[in-house]
Design a protein around this ligand. Sequence first.
Ligand code: TEU
Length: 546
Amino acid sequence: GHDERWWHRATGYQVYPRSFSDSDGDGMGDIPGIISKLGHLSDLGVGFIWLSPVYASPMVDNGYDISDYRDIAPEFGTLDDMDRLIAEARKRDIAIVMDLVVNHSSSLHPWFKAAAATRDCPEHAYYIWRDPAPDGGPPDDAQAAFGGSAWSFVPEVGQYYFHFFSGAQPDLNWQNPALRAEIYDMMRWWLDRGVGGFRMDVISLIGKDVDTRIYEEGPYLHGFLQEMHREVLAGRDLVTIGESWSVSTETGLRYCGRDREELDMVFEFSHIREGWHPELGKFAPKPFDLVAFKRALFAWQELTRDDGWHALFLSNHDLPRQVSFYADDGAHRRPAAKTLATVLHMLRGTPFVYQGEEIGMTNARFDRIDQYRDLETLNHFNAQIAEGVEPSEFLAGANRNSRDNARTPMQWSAAPNGGFTTGTPWIETNPNYPDINVEQDLPDPDSIFAHYKRLIALRRDRDVIAFGQTEPLWEDDPDILAFERRLGAERLLVVANFTNRDQTRALPSHLANRAAKGLAWSHAPRDDIPDRLELQPFESLVWIFD
Ligand code: TEU
């Protein structure tokens, strides 16, 4: 049984503001630009926007380094613009979900400036400080996610501070109650402005214990999340999504289980990591393994069958373009983009669309390192080149998996720079914008956009899609992804060819001889259901049985 909440049937849409729409020609997207595109999002049918950070920031990590949690970066606009965005979105029944980046702040946040100036101020204890090792070096050899030591020395206080990410992103000390009170207060301030929830950046890191070197899912995590729920979230009609790179099916329900009073769902990455090289990491290409991918997806469907809820996604601002990474961005781009969408949107959970995915945008394919902007890519390039990796080899990996693949400007039209800006974009526009853009997709009833629109509407209208149980089919099949959804006597069948070859499979016998109607398709509608399913390259079909 379910207490139905609005986000059970809603689809989220992630806006990466820097690359979405530029209203003033400075080459960077902004909040007025987002407001001008709300019609597009309302046409698509999304229920809420996850807005990547727009707060005041030195932009070392494109806003994931916040220097004032209660103000807007001038390049993105003003607090008035933000209030207008919230109100204009609400008129279209779209909630604004803010990105809450509270594992760390910017090193330019006034708290950190005070903390780094003297030990004798309350803010000093808002961060994690340790004395140098006897030789004056860092307390231990922990490495930061963006390269180098996770400890940086501040001579003024004679101590090192901990940063899981870059040195410009000092970790906040969640064990300090005054710091937690500041965060909760700031969250209530945003909720009172009308935001509809939070996407919580790397939230599984806040319970860390640096002395035992436990960072992910540390001993204090769930206590803090329960406290946050009591102090801020309880009694409000919100959606909360935690991001975690470590959560597993062992720990998932601790965040989102019915009786936990923590979060509504988590972004977990097991299906994403299947595509990374186990030792060499994300910049070493590895061929896509559909069986492993299915195992990861279906494990989370199983976990959230009777309890909790799942956040469904294939793309975001940290990941490559899905059609390039999982399928085919050349000859089969259009059906491949539709098929990936079909698979994700027909699962149980709340699906997320990352900007540009709805028109099948592709990886950037930069040839030179100077085209990249992302600090993770640049730091890893420098580190790997120093270790003797060939630049061309690194670039091949970055072409496949760098975060900048998803950060090129949104392609609105065939106008210069895809209509994103009248100025010079902060990162190059993908040269394929004349062929891949929103304006071109809109009038076409067979476009990728039209397909997304259909899938999003199906979830709103059909209980079996929102609430049915997922039953995997053909789990060991290396070429086809297929599953059923079941609710009462209703059956939905989803079949997707993940290869560039024709495939034939027999219809599962328990579904044979039942009347069915086609609900969604990548190529052409099929109303009858044949005993032998013949699938073209990257073809997918959805049938409903009565
Ligand atoms: O990402 C979390 C995170 O761990 C990433 O750095 C991830 O390891 C990397 O992207 C894989 O390539 C979140 C944000 O989504 C990301 O944009 C931020 O850079 C990061 O936190 C720090 O705030």
